[in-house]
Design a protein around this ligand. Structure first.
Ligand code: SF4
Length: 296
């Protein structure tokens, strides 16, 4: 299989066949993101995709889900994505659905008819990193859209029958705005009705613009305890039914996963109990800056 540069997939796609159709990310400019900084964006040549599908048909004959990599494979045109879906179904007849990372602007760029056509071709539960429901936070993160635009795209995806997962970055608005960020995020996600919500803390990766902004004092990092407070407040605000809450990333200090609304109280209890077991000096430490508040 052709996997060039950095390749990422969501944790819950661990059993999906990864098919590379792009390298890097067409945006590659989010303030906090280091994922594809060293991998220039490009589209895979068709012959590489054909070779990979030939190999997959031989070695992963019974694959049921394909996840297209890399950073925002949904940036491809609807025609290109439809052709890839046709090739996948021909090579792998047991495939039931196709996922990928998608940016909000990738959805904007497609018509309602194209979104419905892609849903009919098997695209489902595409993974959208909406990250925040506050406009100034989205601007600070350089996400390239605002909340009103995101809300409009969620409605269009539902109308087209194309299901989606959402990523939320808790603690991204800083320690003074934990309650505000949690409430806004919960309201947006309640309205969006995704299949799954993936929560993770904001972490400051080396070499990112966010690391520089942190060093310049233009961004204040939440402590581990403040992150957990926000995750709890966010989960408390969710009123969804039939949606998976996924907090099992390695960066989640207290791992939780469950189905909303059935497991909501159990997950809240686990988060609170886990927080109570963490020593105060650890809760008061910053993931990047440490307990002493200085950059490591
Ligand atoms: S869209 Fe995703 S992969 Fe691309 S820079 Fe932003 S967070 Fe990173």
């Amino acid at each position: 299989m052709h996997y060039d540069g950095m390749t990422f997939r969501p944790p819950y796609e661990a059993y999906s066949l990864l098919l590379q159709v792009t390298r890097g990310c067409s945006h590659n400019a989010c303030t906090f993101c280091s994922m594809y900084r060293t991998t220039p964006f490009s589209v895979s040549p068709l012959e590489e995709i054909v070779e990979d599908l030939t190999e997959a048909a031989r070695d992963y004959t019974y694959a049921q889900r394909v996840f297209l990599v890399n950073g925002d494979a949904f940036c491809l045109s609807a025609t290109e994505l439809a052709n890839i879906a046709d090739m996948i179904h021909e090579a792998l007849p047991y495939v039931e659905s196709i996922g990928c990372y998608a940016r909000i602007p990738n959805v904007v760029a497609k018509t309602d008819e194209e979104l419905a056509m892609l849903a009919a071709k098997g695209y489902a539960d595409i993974n959208i990193g909406v990250e925040s429901a506050l406009d100034d936070v989205l601007a600070f993160m350089n996400k390239g859209y605002d909340v009103a635009c995101a809300r409009e795209q969620f409605a269009r995806l539902h109308k087209a029958g194309l299901s989606f997962n959402l990523n939320i970055i808790n603690a991204a608005a800083g320690p003074e705005r934990i309650a505000e960020h949690a409430a806004a995020n919960a309201a947006l996600v309640n309205e969006a009705k995704p299949t799954l919500i993936f929560v993770s803390p904001l972490h400051v990766d080396p070499g990112t613009p966010l690391e520089r902004l942190l060093g310049e004092g233009r961004f204040e990092e939440c402590t581990l305890g403040q992150y957990l407070e926000e995750e709890i407040a966010f989960l408390e605000g969710l009123t969804l039914d039939g949606c998976v809450f996924f907090g099992l990333h390695v960066s989640n200090p207290v791992p939780v996963q469950g189905l909303l609304s059935r497991d909501k109280d159990a997950m809240l209890a686990r988060l609170r109990a886990g927080m109570a077991r963490i020593p105060r000096e650890v809760l008061d430490s910053h993931p990047t800056k440490g307990a002493e508040g200085r950059l490591r």
